[in-house]
Design a protein. Structure first.
Length: 174
């Protein structure tokens, strides 16, 4: 059994992961519509990864003999000024995810729920990688600027980066 405070932050994270998936799916759609197929594929992979995370939280709660709760989520933004803004918003969102994951760790540690504290360590490590990946991509944006040719090559590079992530991920996120 989980303490109510721990259960509440875990259930909240289920919904936030689902929301995160929808954000990235919408970003994928925006990228595809605006002619960035490499970035579209990258965000589609991000959306799928968030669903995997959602299910990990869901399953963990169920394994602890509790009832996971799925609540309503808001619709994600649909319009962006530029591809750069899409990636800036993504990094902002990942920082929010990191904050929420750290809160779960703090609440579970405070409650001396070391099982949950141990469970969330995977996500802490994951967030370090996620933020670093988005920062690397944003660094390339700063080099390429808003030049259409630069964006074309950046889109291709993000596609290659996505392929590398897929090949190194294996079953790590499954």
């Amino acid at each position: 059994m989980l303490n109510k405070k721990v259960l509440d932050v875990l259930n909240s994270q289920i919904n936030f992961e689902f929301f995160s998936s929808n954000i990235y799916l919408q970003m994928s759609s925006w990228c595809d519509y605006n002619g960035y197929p490499g970035c579209s594929a990258f965000f589609r992979r991000q959306a799928q990864e968030e669903l995997v995370h959602m299910n990990k939280f869901f399953d963990y709660i169920a394994e602890k003999d509790e009832c996971p709760l799925v609540g309503a989520i808001d619709a994600p933004a649909t319009e962006y000024k530029s591809l750069l803004e899409v990636f800036e918003k993504s990094l902002e969102h990942e920082k929010e995810v990191t904050s929420r994951i750290n809160n779960i760790a703090a609440v579970s540690f405070e409650d001396k729920d070391f099982s949950t504290f141990n469970f969330v360590q995977f996500f802490i490590t994951e967030q370090i990688e996620e933020e670093a990946n988005f920062r690397k991509i944003l660094d390339k944006f700063r080099l390429a600027g808003e030049d259409k040719r630069g964006l074309f090559f950046l889109d291709r590079e993000v596609e290659q980066f996505n392929t590398q992530l897929l090949s190194t991920a294996g079953t790590a996120t499954a």
